[in-house]
Design a protein around this ligand. Structure first.
Ligand SMILES: Cc1cc2nc3c(=O)[nH]c(=O)nc-3n(C[C@H](O)[C@H](O)[C@H](O)COP(=O)(O)OP(=O)(O)OC[C@H]3O[C@@H](n4cnc5c(N)ncnc54)[C@H](O)[C@@H]3O)c2cc1C
Length: 259
């Protein structure tokens, strides 16, 4: 008898952030499912949802809930012609979703040494991976300062703001320990530049806004989301001396590409 590599879980809640475009689901959790904040799971659904149908489409999703929570949550875009995300979006409370028993991913705070400033740079749903890190007291103990930059197209895509504020209230040692920079690129937002994250790094404006320096001696950077942003930011940062960790040597850069 073969043992499945996944478990069947049930959707317990849904949030529609922008109808038909951005949503979150909460699911039950296999008590044996373990992960580190920043890691992702593979979610599976059957292409044709018949009774007893096996999952045959799988996609990676970062956990947005912390490891100790009794449920799992995921934050998703709907890619209009995508094979998976419209199906995930169609799930209702009570429907089944399949979750691989193993969590994956290396974009975790364990990659970095104690101290310094943690820069979390995300585009769009790349925010997901940072949410459980921000809800983890260890992150706030490890870094003197945390700078979260969320790049989006329109301001209504600046989701999870209440949760982000709550994490800072619960865990920050002082108001100075946390900086949140919401950056829409296609419409103005008061007090923020209208630009791409990579342009803001290059011009030095991101450092001005954060009141911190992107210097590998003191900064640790995570990049998550759109692979074009990750590639371009990685190049700019590599030129400044940032590098991923290698066997036995802690790094200053960790990345996760979402496609
Ligand atoms: C490690 C990892 C973690 C991920 N975590 C998340 C997550 O937490 N939330 C999430 O929404 N997606 C996440 N993704 C992407 C996710 O796995 C799917 O690709 C996405 O949900 C779309 O699936 P699809 O089958 O509908 O379209 P796909 O055929 O998978 O993708 C089609 C196209 O849609 C675009 N696209 C895919 N994902 C996104 C996205 N997230 N934002 C903007 N454009 C996108 C790309 O242009 C891609 O080529 C992650 C991917 C990886 C590799």
């Amino acid at each position: 008898m073969t043992q499945e590599k996944y478990t069947s879980q049930i959707v317990t809640a849904r949030t529609e952030w922008i109808p038909g475009k951005l949503f979150s689901i909460v699911t039950t959790k296999d008590p044996a499912f373990a992960f580190i904040p920043g890691q992702f799971a593979r979610l599976g659904l059957p292409e044709n949802p018949q009774p007893d149908a096996k999952p045959d489409i799988w996609r990676a999703y970062s956990m947005v809930t912390p490891p100790q929570a009794n449920e799992l949550a995921f934050y998703s875009i709907v890619v209009p012609d995508g094979q998976f995300s419209p199906r995930l979006h169609d799930l209702k409370v009570g429907d089944a979703v399949y979750i691989d028993k193993t969590a994956f991913g290396f974009m975790t705070i364990e990659r970095f040494p104690q101290g310094g400033q943690l820069w979390m740079l995300a585009t769009g749903t790349g925010l997901s991976a940072y949410l459980p890190m921000l809800d983890d007291p260890q992150t706030w103990r490890q870094f003197e300062r945390i700078i979260l930059v969320h790049g989006v197209r329109q301001a209504d895509e600046l989701t999870y703001q209440d949760d982000i504020a709550r994490f800072a209230r619960s865990h920050a040692a002082s108001d100075q320990q946390f900086v949140y920079l919401p950056v829409p690129s296609r419409e103005p937002l008061a007090g923020m530049p209208q630009a791409r994250i990579t342009a803001l790094i290059e011009s030095g404006q991101l450092e001005q806004l954060a009141g911190a320096s992107l210097d590998p001696a003191v900064a640790r950077v995570m990049l998550c989301g759109n692979p074009a942003m990750v590639k371009d930011a990685r190049k700019i940062l590599a030129d400044r001396g940032f590098a991923p960790g290698r066997r036995g040597v802690a790094g200053t850069l960790a990345v996760e590409n979402y496609w």
